[in-house]
Design a protein around this ligand. Structure first.
Ligand code: IPD
Ligand code: CA
Length: 280
């Protein structure tokens, strides 16, 4: 086990915030233009030069400050075929642009999402949408902040009064789409409303902010939810596996909710899907 006390988490936080703000400037400057892109796993899984450049900026900056830290980053993982294994070592889990499809279309809901995990416990989460200047942070045991102000979840327990976020995801896999559509139909018949922001990390931050009451998705990756997980929990919410078990960041499944009661209602209602391969 790595001794967390030997890590200067204040310094980690200060350094990551500095690099995320600088990388956010790059995203903001390019956000008004439609972006050129390449395809990754399929024709709706996109990557731009900005995704790659921002990931490099973050990794170089953090590696300079913390030479012994490891990284699990989206574009490096995609290029290598699979994510690196999560160990007990301090590891930065990075999505340089979450909501790449939005970024390509100048739909202003894209963010940097980054978490620091030590001994497989998330210590720090930062989600930054530089286009709308939305800056979410959390540190373990210290609460969650939105643009410097303490935030908390809505406290909603009743599914019929809930605003729920989810996504179609970045695959057109027929079996998965069937489950996604079934779940949208089941929820739409019960809830106040369904929303898709186009960014898993920002969806989770809406739960932390109390603006949405729950978010679930099958097919996300560790970098989409690492920061969102701690931000929701530090805002007083719950993050679990959509079948009701403990959240497993490598399982590609997530359910965040304002209350355990609401989370349970959703686990009982939705059809389950287990994406393969997992992230580990
Ligand atoms: C995706 C977005 C999307 C979600 C996918 C994610 P990316 O991340 O968060 O909203 O549905 O599951 O992979 O590809 O834009 O980084
Ligand atoms: Ca991404």
């Amino acid at each position: 086990m790595v001794d967390t006390d030997v890590h200067d988490l204040d310094k980690c936080f200060e350094v990551v915030v500095k690099h995320v703000k600088a990388a956010g400037d790059v995203i903001r400057r390019r956000s008004e233009l439609r972006q050129e892109y390449e395809l990754k796993a399929d024709d709706i899984d996109l990557v731009t030069q900005t995704d790659k450049q921002v990931e490099q900026m973050l990794m170089i900056g953090l590696a300079h400050a913390f030479p012994d830290h490891k990284f699990i980053a989206e574009e490096e993982s995609s290029a290598g075929g699979s994510p690196k294994k999560l160990t007990n070592d301090p590891t930065w889990i990075i999505d340089p642009v979450d909501g790449t499809m939005n970024f390509v279309h100048s739909f202003p809901h894209s963010c940097i999402s980054i978490g620091l995990v030590i001994n497989k416990v998330t210590e720090i989460g930062v989600v930054y949408n530089p286009i709308l200047e939305q800056f979410f942070t959390a540190r373990r045991g210290q609460g969650a902040l939105y643009n410097g102000r303490r935030i908390k979840v809505s406290g909603q327990r009743d599914l019929t009064k809930s605003l729920v976020t989810s996504e179609f995801g970045t695959t057109r896999d027929v079996e998965k789409m069937l489950v996604v559509n079934q779940n949208f139909a089941k929820l739409a018949a019960k809830v106040h409303g369904l929303r898709c922001l186009g960014s898993a990390a920002l969806n989770m931050c809406m739960v932390a902010l109390g603006a949405a009451d729950a978010n679930y998705e099958f097919g996300i990756h560790a970098w989409d939810v690492c920061a969102g997980d701690i931000i929701v929990r530090e805002a007083g919410g719950v993050v679990i596996d959509p079948a009701g078990r403990k959240f497993d960041m490598m399982s590609r499944r997530v359910l965040a909710a304002a209350t355990p009661e609401l989370a349970t209602e959703i686990t009982k209602l939705i059809t389950q899907y287990y994406p393969e391969p997992r992230d580990d």
